[in-house]
Design a protein around this ligand. Sequence first.
Ligand SMILES: Nc1ncnc2c1ncn2[C@@H]1O[C@H](COP(=O)(O)OP(=O)(O)OP(=O)(O)O)[C@@H](O)[C@H]1O
Ligand SMILES: [Mg+2]
Length: 268
Amino acid sequence: MAAIVEVRNVSRRFGSFLAVNACSLEVEAGSITGLIGPNGAGKSTLFNMVAGNLRPSSGSILLSGEDVTGLRAHELFARGLLRTFQIAHEFSNMSVIENLMMAPGAQTGESLVSAWFRPGRVRREEAGIAARAREVLSFLNLGQVAGELAGNLSGGQKKLLELGRTMMVDARVVLLDEIAAGVNRTLLKDLAANIVRLNRELGYTFFVIEHDMDFIAELCDPVIVMACGTVMTQGHIESIRQDERVIEAYFGGSPTGHSLTHGAADRA
Ligand SMILES: Nc1ncnc2c1ncn2[C@@H]1O[C@H](COP(=O)(O)OP(=O)(O)OP(=O)(O)O)[C@@H](O)[C@H]1O
Ligand SMILES: [Mg+2]
């Protein structure tokens, strides 16, 4: 299997503090790879660099073998790498289907110039975008709420809609930073099932930060563990859960850290 994302010796400094420190890792094409680690380990900082929201201080990042270090989020987006964002406040007063139609990259007819000179083409494209949005909603089982205001969706349905926005463009790699947070168990299962379907049926690669170990265990293989800005270990979740260094990283410094397993929490 080939790496779709490669992080090579990447560091990120904030003042004198190294949030990410000589970190190297690979995400295999077609995988659902997990990224876990204690609070402050540098996971989100690493994601921000991979997604082009933050520049590395040093090191390089490759996408399908191409050096993309320093490219901006929209340039990576055009290459099929994207991360989900919470539905912004201003979109909560738009319907669910409109939210999908507004997804960045979904619009080809937004330029005023082309709307003015080629209105027929724009109308055809709009119809195409609407059709795609309806397909996305039916894939995610959200068809019945298509006309509902996005702001009225439940937390879990909003997460599905965020995922749906990635389906409006031809995503290849999707980064998910703690999408399970605050989602109830039932919708969490829906969310996990949809991630698996996108992976198997549409070939999406996922790179997933999550503190919920059951969610990670159900979805991710392999799992990469970050601590103190770099990779501590990686492998199958079962071996990770039994790794003394990982347990120590979670519980060594802070007794309020997230539990790896119920057993580990009991021992801590
Ligand atoms: N913009 C910033 N300026 C200064 N320090 C930052 C900045 N962003 C992150 N940090 C620091 O870098 C370290 C890593 O933060 P990061 O958010 O990457 O951790 P994380 O692994 O995502 O943690 P969590 O699990 O709590 O989300 C933390 O100590 C954080 O305070
Ligand atoms: Mg984080």
